[in-house]
Design a protein around this ligand. Structure first.
Ligand code: IPE
Ligand code: IPE
Ligand code: MG
Length: 229
């Protein structure tokens, strides 16, 4: 069990699926599939710990631009699978589902499934699972600024925050990146201003609930000063 300060909101950069598959001489899609299973287990664990918000980075704006069509199709198939089945179970268990990112360029049926997943969420769910899909922090901030400009609203931290995809979600307290890279790759740039960062070499399909506990435990020992002394 994890004692001490718990994060309210954890963001996860689920990286390393491709390398995990490669080590097994399997196609990258095999790694993405294993990554989805790992994610399902992490979400269960987060709920046991009474963490209220999990946000997972599933597809970046750069992934959509720079990955081969076949890999993107595999990722869309996984989204079809997840949003076609698991999401209903989440709803039954009182979890809300949210999607952040630009869904316009996605295949129409995938976009529809994602939107239905959000729409059919229980109104008073005490846990929110947010999927960042075709999400980019820069795209999000530029869009928010453009919305304010078009509406003639003054740009302040507060007005801009309210135009972000994440409006209504608390900022992440902890951001975990698996797979060994030490960067944010355009994830929650605005919202992570004061997030604690945790990097692990563990590839995402190997990121078990016990590994998640390690990250949460390390968080509980960090001192957050928010600029104070
Ligand atoms: C992360 O795993 C999942 C997505 C970006 C969709 P990768 O596919 O980036 O795996 P590696 O980094 O190539 O191992
Ligand atoms: C970040 O992983 C995006 C997701 C996990 C969805 P990438 O594998 O795309 O990141 P880079 O390209 O190594 O920075
Ligand atoms: Mg990667």
């Amino acid at each position: 069990m994890v004692a001490g300060n718990l994060p309210q909101h954890v963001g996860i950069i689920m990286d390393g699926n491709g390398r995990w598959a490669k080590r097994r001489h399997k196609p990258r899609a095999f790694g993405h599939n294993a990554g989805m299973e790992a994610m399902i287990n992490i979400v269960k664990r987060a709920r046991e710990l009474e963490i209220h918000y999990i946000t997972v980075y599933a597809l970046s704006t750069e992934n959509l631009k720079n990955r081969p069509r076949e890999e993107l199709d595999e990722l869309f198939n996984l989204l079809r699978k997840y949003f076609g089945n698991h999401v209903k179970e989440l709803h039954k268990n009182g979890a809300k589902v949210r999607v952040i990112g630009d869904l316009e360029p996605l295949p129409a049926d995938v976009k529809q499934l994602l939107e239905d997943g959000e729409k059919n969420s229980p109104p008073n769910g005490e846990f929110t699972l947010t999927f960042a899909i075709n999400y980019g922090g820069r795209d999000e901030i530029a869009r928010a600024a453009e919305l304010l400009r078009a509406e003639g609203i003054e740009i302040t931290e507060d007005t801009l925050s309210k135009k972000l995809y994440t409006n209504g979600l608390p900022d992440p307290d902890l951001i975990i990146r698996t797979g060994g890279e030490v960067r944010l790759s355009n994830f929650l740039l605005w919202q992570s201003a004061y997030a604690e960062l945790y990097f692990t070499p563990v590839l995402f399909p190997d990121f078990t609930p016990a590994e998640f506990d390690k990250a949460v435990k390390e968080f509980s020992h960090r001192t957050r000063r928010f600029g104070g002394i």
